[in-house]
Design a protein around this ligand. Structure first.
Ligand SMILES: Nc1ncnc2c1ncn2[C@@H]1O[C@H](COP(=O)(O)OP(=O)(O)O)[C@@H](O)[C@H]1O
Ligand code: SF4
Ligand SMILES: [Mg+2]
Length: 279
């Protein structure tokens, strides 16, 4: 295991934002954290990476890491300083030019000297993202990518995800991949479906994509961009999450029964999968 997470609760100030989150990341493995906006994905990333210290964020529980985790940032525009050439920014974290050029080659640049002499404005979104991935793998072999493809067009997005996949299979880079887009998860690994700061379903990516059990996971799969749906157009966005006695999906769930409005489901293990649903 490269990382083992067991968070009982996490809070911004007094406000609880995560509850009962547990998973392991295998050495050389991939863990995907999936959920819509506000689910708590970035907060979880902040806790695992240690960046939570810069926020009013506290937690109860345990996070064990064998190596430090490096974060590939979501905001590619702000993550490279426009005033400095790429070489000045990369050589700041590793002054071995040969190693830097090799890492740039690994992330797919054939013209490494040109790239080093570019300013960030000379790079496309996909190129910037590859530079940021290069910087992350110089620092660590355990990286967290938080919605890092969100600013890219679909074709570039797929290319960058394929690069991460390649780094994982060929160079054994362990990866935590945060996204709201199930469609991007075209690789083996574990998945945690997060909603309202809680795990709703957890298991193997392939199995859950093939046969999702939780109504919310089914919704996420059916609302991939391929189908042209958007969360805000879907009835799940009307979930009444303020009712402390009902399942959060009661108002939207096709298979809800009376029990669902009287009791909140707990997270239960069924085979090698975890699910938070009464049925
Ligand atoms: N810096 C912060 N201070 C207080 N609350 C925050 C902060 N960042 C996020 N939150 C809250 O924590 C919850 C989870 O947010 P976040 O982890 O950003 O979700 P996601 O990444 O899944 O969109 C949300 O209710 C959000 O408003
Ligand atoms: S507990 Fe009931 S309302 Fe909630 S997801 Fe399951 S079936 Fe639907
Ligand atoms: Mg986020």
């Amino acid at each position: 295991m490269i990382c083992s997470v067991n968070i009982k609760r996490a809070y911004y100030g007094n406000r609880q934002v995560l509850e009962d989150i547990f998973f392991d990341v295998k050495e050389g493995g991939i863990l995907a954290i999936v959920g819509e906006s506000g689910a708590g994905k970035t907060t979880l990333g902040r806790l695992i990476s240690g960046l939570y210290k810069f926020y009013p964020l506290t937690y109860e529980g345990k996070i064990d890491k064998k190596v430090e985790l490096d974060v590939v940032p979501q905001n590619i525009t702000d993550s490279l300083d426009p005033v400095f050439k790429i070489k000045e920014q990369i050589l700041e974290i590793c002054n071995d030019k040969k190693k830097v050029k090799n890492v740039l080659k690994i992330v797919g640049f054939t013209n490494q000297d040109d790239v080093l002499n570019f300013y960030p404005t000379n790079l496309s979104g996909g190129m910037k993202q590859r530079v940021l991935i290069a910087m992350a793998i110089i620092r660590s072999n355990f990286i967290l990518a938080d919605e890092f493809t969100s600013a890219l067009d679909t074709v570039t997005k797929v290319k960058v995800v394929n690069l991460l996949k390649k780094l994982n299979t060929e160079r054994k880079i362990s990866l935590i991949f945060i996204t709201h887009d199930m469609e991007l998860l075209d690789f083996d690994g574990e998945i945690v479906i997060l909603y309202g700061g809680k795990i709703l379903e957890k298991g193997k990516i392939g199995e859950i994509k093939r046969d999702a059990w939780h109504p919310y996971t089914k919704f996420l799969i059916n609302s991939t961009p391929k189908l042209g749906l958007h969360y805000t157009n879907y009835k799940f966005s009307n979930i009444n999450i303020k009712n402390n006695y009902a399942c959060p999906f009661y108002n939207s769930c096709d298979i809800a029964q009376d029990l669902c409005k009287e009791s909140i489901p707990s997270l239960k293990k069924k085979g090698d999968r975890w699910i938070r649903c009464h049925f």
